[in-house]
Design a protein around this ligand. Structure first.
Ligand code: SAH
Ligand code: SF4
Length: 373
């Protein structure tokens, strides 16, 4: 018998690679659709149950292939219905994903990396340092696990994942190919059949990758802006030193303009108390985006240990929002979900074998501060 490790994990193959795989064993390309339906729409991962496959094909797949997603190590539910999973990805490392049920929709927040190199000053994932990119099976496996959570033997599936946001751990554009291939499966009619508006990629702003994105996908793009000028953004989102705001806005405009569906750009803006939440800064933001068709999504800073920042008062939040609304911007405040189980934006940490040694340095700095206090 062939050992599991030698077997091909079919969840690691892109749509194109799946087609080549079936071709290489003398099977027609429609097998891709059939396989996607079994796995993603019916939750069947046992090849012997794939009844529209010939006996020979079933036997070949059992001998040579597996369908392997990350292993669930913990599932937690928040008081507000948000669910968080901790998933093992080998080498004693883990990632987190979050499901946010709302009226009429179920949004899954998916991770793309174990940690993150970008190291934004307000983000718990960034503070964990970085270990590696997730594989395709580890990304699409998250969607499969969440979708399977709606299935049970007694109850036919009533709910579905309706939206996916690439807003979990990591910078998705730094894991370009695996993220794009996973989003293609999310979009595929025989898998999750999500429209371009229902799959959102959130980025801290990597210009070269944004520039090549429209060649391979048309999903919604959200930009984590967080500051209206380079001086402040350099501190909050360090990658800004390499890709400053003016160039970033140009590149995002090119992405949006490459489609003729009249879409507008969403800018995420975390509000951090006394850092980027004054009305002067709101005015600067309004001036920066005044000719830019966009929506501004304000996110109250979610607190976590190891961060010196805090969340603004409700009055400051409201004043910032109202200022932008008066200036004519569509502005929303994202409600904080799942913070009682540390599942809110920016609170996802997983277990990261930090290759950047950032975590160690940070712990030393905090200890030194405590000793000096
Ligand atoms: N790396 C990508 C996607 C993951 S971060 C990005 O930066 O866009 C997903 C979202 O969570 C981003 O908008 C990010 O700015 C936000 N976020 C990170 N830390 C946060 C915190 N402590 N409080 C609130 N939002 C946070
Ligand atoms: Fe990375 Fe996004 Fe966190 Fe910045 S906000 S450190 S890019 S995950």
């Amino acid at each position: 018998m062939i050992s599991t490790s030698k077997k091909i994990n079919l969840l690691n193959l892109s749509l194109k690679e799946l087609a080549s795989f079936f071709e290489s064993i003398g099977e027609a390309s429609y097998r891709v659709d059939q396989l996607l339906k079994w796995v993603h729409q019916n939750g069947i991962e046992d090849f012997s149950k794939m009844s529209n496959f010939s006996k020979t094909l079933r036997e070949y797949l059992i001998e040579n292939c597996v369908l392997k997603s990350p292993k669930i190590s913990l599932e937690e539910a928040s008081n507000d219905g948000t669910k968080k999973w901790i998933l093992e990805v080998g080498n004693d490392e883990s990632i987190e994903m979050v499901l946010i049920p709302e009226k009429g929709r179920n949004t899954l927040c998916v991770s793309s990396q174990v940690g993150c190199v970008v190291n934004c000053s307000f983000c718990a994932t960034g503070k964990q340092g970085f270990s590696r990119n997730l594989t395709l099976s580890e990304i699409i496996g998250q969607v499969l696990i969440a979708e399977n959570s709606f299935r049970s033997i007694d109850n036919p599936k009533e709910k579905n994942i309706t939206n996916v946001v690439m807003m979990g751990m990591g910078e998705p554009l730094l894991n370009f190919d695996n993220v794009v291939n996973a989003m293609q499966i999310m979009r595929h009619h025989s898998a999750y059949n999500l429209s371009k508006r229902k799959v959102t990629l959130s980025t801290s702003g990597l210009i070269p990758e944004i520039n090549k994105l429209s060649n391979v996908t048309d999903v919604s793009l959200t930009i984590s802006l967080h500051a209206p000028n380079d001086k402040l953004r350099d501190i909050l989102v360090p990658i800004n030193k390499k890709y400053p705001i003016k160039d970033l806005l140009k590149s995002v405009k090119n992405y949006v303009d490459s489609f003729d569906d009249k879409r507008i750009t969403t800018f995420e803006y975390i509000l951090i108390d006394k850092v980027n939440d004054s009305l002067e800064i709101a005015n600067e933001l309004a001036n920066l985006l005044k000719n830019y068709p966009c929506k501004i999504n304000l996110i109250p800073f979610n607190e976590f240990s190891l961060s010196e920042y805090s969340k603004p008062s409700n009055n400051r939040l409201r004043a910032f929002k109202e200022y932008l609304v008066k200036k004519g911007f569509i502005t929303t405040i994202r409600s904080t979900r799942g913070d009682d189980i540390m599942a809110a934006c920016g609170q996802l940490v997983g277990e990261v074998k930090d290759k950047t040694k950032r975590k160690e340095r940070l712990k030393r700095q905090v200890k030194a501060l405590e000793l000096n206090a």
